[in-house]
Design a protein around this ligand. Sequence first.
Ligand code: GDP
Length: 316
Amino acid sequence: MCPTIVRMYTVFAGGVGASRFLQGLVQAVDPAEVTVISNTGDDVEMFGLHVSPDTDIVLYALAGIVNPETGWGIAGDTFAVVDALQRFGYGRWFNLGDRDLAMAIHRTRLVHEGVPMHRIVAGLAEAFDLRTKVLPMSNQPVRTQIAGPDGVIPFQDYMVRLRTEVEVREVTFDGVGAAHPAPGVIEAITDARGVILAPSNPFVSIGPILAVPGIRDALEGTSAVRAAISPIIAGQVVKGPAAKMLATLGHEVSAVGVAKLYRGLVDLMVIDEQDRDLAPQVEALGMRCFVTDTMMTSPERKAALAADVVAAMAVA
Ligand code: GDP
């Protein structure tokens, strides 16, 4: 008889910040004990192909092939196809490597055949021999939109084409009203021993996952220990627009600002040593605060952070 695998940790994940943490977590615990719920709000149609940037970053990171310099894409990938596409008038703003494109071609074919996204992602994880389970947040399309001074634009236009040079006034999720959690997502939240919100952008990486009807309720109601790691350190991001978004959306640009967004959703907030002074303010929100080095600058630091978080959750 096959032993049942108890998946103890479920991680809500965006892209770069989440994948760094996941690389540590699968060193700190058995990768087979980890389930990832991946943000698909970033998904985009590019060159007629369905691209899932966050999910693919997670898959590449867990497979050990993610480009360590950029945090996305495949290490050593080439860009011959996007270069060649320019002859036919395609823009070059969305950089998709040749091997990355292979993934998109395969995923698109399966989407056109009507295969649900959770099956597609499971197949991709299998192709990379991953023991960690990766679940898209939903099988239905949800598209993150950014409202700025000049109107509403799709997320990748904001993030990649306009390089986040837009004042974000609102973040919305097209299609979310008709979306359901993908099969396995609710169980992964209710049956886990611990649920971790990765150090991802709270608005455009964790936000879309929480917006899928049923997921926030499951997180509020689970008996799992729930933790979040602040992506904001000393009032700044390591990378990306989270700090700018906190400011323009009217929040405090600090780990406390992040903790306030997660009030009622987490039992434990993990903040960086540089923010040690903020711990009392975080605890005043009704959550435990754990202070540690959260800068994931090396494989060792990633593993140490994950081990610290797991240990802190065990006593939460
Ligand atoms: P994206 O979808 O690719 O933008 O990735 P995420 O939303 O998962 O991650 C972006 C967030 O990760 C940013 O707000 C960063 O500040 C955060 N981040 C990246 N590296 C680190 C790190 O080493 N430590 C911490 N605490 N946060 C990080």
